[in-house]
Design a binder for this molecule. Structure first.
Ligand code: SF4
Length: 307
């Protein structure tokens, strides 16, 4: 049965079923029901970074990309008894209504928010690019002080270049930034984590094109997995890969996992970052939030991950 949080008789295509808040107040997670199916759910989140609120929105119902550190990897029963990884793409209206619900129900303390597709939400935005682009236009018109980030595994580098050209030609009302998953300096190893990503050279070419064309910095997501991608040789390979690239910053993140063997300890992460700094690789750090409500990175969809 459809339920609504404090908003009866809504005409929106997506309605809020539950809101969970983390104990430290830094994060909130909304579980939202898609009206068309009546039972399929998507999840969106809000978390605070410094003085900024970040809204992570879903772009698909589930995700077919199968990244090994993400809970979207496991088939999910959108319909009871029918487990599947992905049900379908969200429509523009559903993406926008999901955002409106999130702004209404967990409003940012400031007037503006960063809107991220999808990051802690569900889905690969470049797999539903037309609806995502239309949503950026509509959300930018409604929340003009906001800025948008697309986070992608880089399976569609043609789409990355097209978007760069459109952003540069002023087709969007808000700034549009890009985050791209790297996660390993070796193609073979990277494929184990993000099987549908383009090759590393194609990914970095696309990311560099975006940075240069839009005059923005592109962040390369790098989630640390103990004993897999965090030794000195990995840092040296990253140094060689990024040496001549411009406009790219390596964003080092913690792995959200119940398996402590895969989680890199803070001092090891510090050491990895210091190797990179010695090699003149520009870095930044990110720690997941909202872990107590399963709203950390890759945790929004219920289910089991392989890491
Ligand atoms: S990390 Fe993103 S692209 Fe990969 S499975 Fe999860 S939601 Fe999909």
């Amino acid at each position: 049965m459809l339920r609504e949080v404090d908003r009866p008789n809504t005409t929106r295509s997506v309605i809020v079923d539950k809101i969970l808040r983390s104990s430290d107040g830094s994060s909130a997670k909304l579980i939202q029901i898609i009206k068309r199916e009546g039972i399929a759910t998507i999840e969106s989140g809000r978390y605070e970074v410094g003085c900024e609120s970040i809204f992570c929105l879903s772009t698909q119902i589930g995700c077919g990309m199968g990244c090994q550190f993400c809970r979207s990897t496991e088939p999910y029963e959108f319909y009871p008894g029918k487990p599947q990884r992905i049900l379908r793409n969200l429509s523009t209206q559903e993406i926008v209504d999901q955002a409106f619900n999130t702004f209404d129900d967990v409003p940012p303390p400031q007037e503006s928010a960063g809107i991220v597709f999808s990051y802690m939400g569900m889905g690969e935005p470049f797999a539903n690019l037309r609806a995502v682009k239309d949503s950026i236009r509509q959300l930018g018109a409604k929340y003009p002080k906001s800025r948008v980030t697309l986070s992608t595994i880089a399976f569609n580098t043609v789409g990355i270049r097209e978007l760069a050209d459109e952003v540069a030609s002023g087709m969007y009302p808000t700034p549009v930034k890009l985050h791209v998953s790297l996660h390993s300096p070796s193609d073979e190893q990277r494929q184990q984590l993000i099987p549908y990503a383009s090759s590393i050279s194609e990914t970095l070419d696309g990311a560099e094109y975006y940075a240069k064309t839009t005059n923005t910095v592109v962040k390369l997501n790098y989630v640390l997995v103990a004993g897999f991608n965090n030794d000195k040789a990995d840092a040296e390979k990253l140094g060689a890969l990024l040496e001549k690239r411009r406009g790219l910053v390596l964003k080092i993140s913690d792995l959200n996992s119940n398996d402590n063997k895969s989680v890199v300890q803070p001092e090891e992460a510090d050491r990895f970052e210091s190797w990179l700094k010695e090699l003149k690789v520009e870095t930044c750090r990110f720690s997941g939030r909202g872990k107590d409500i399963n709203a950390g990175c890759g945790e929004l969809v219920k289910g089991k991950r392989n890491l």
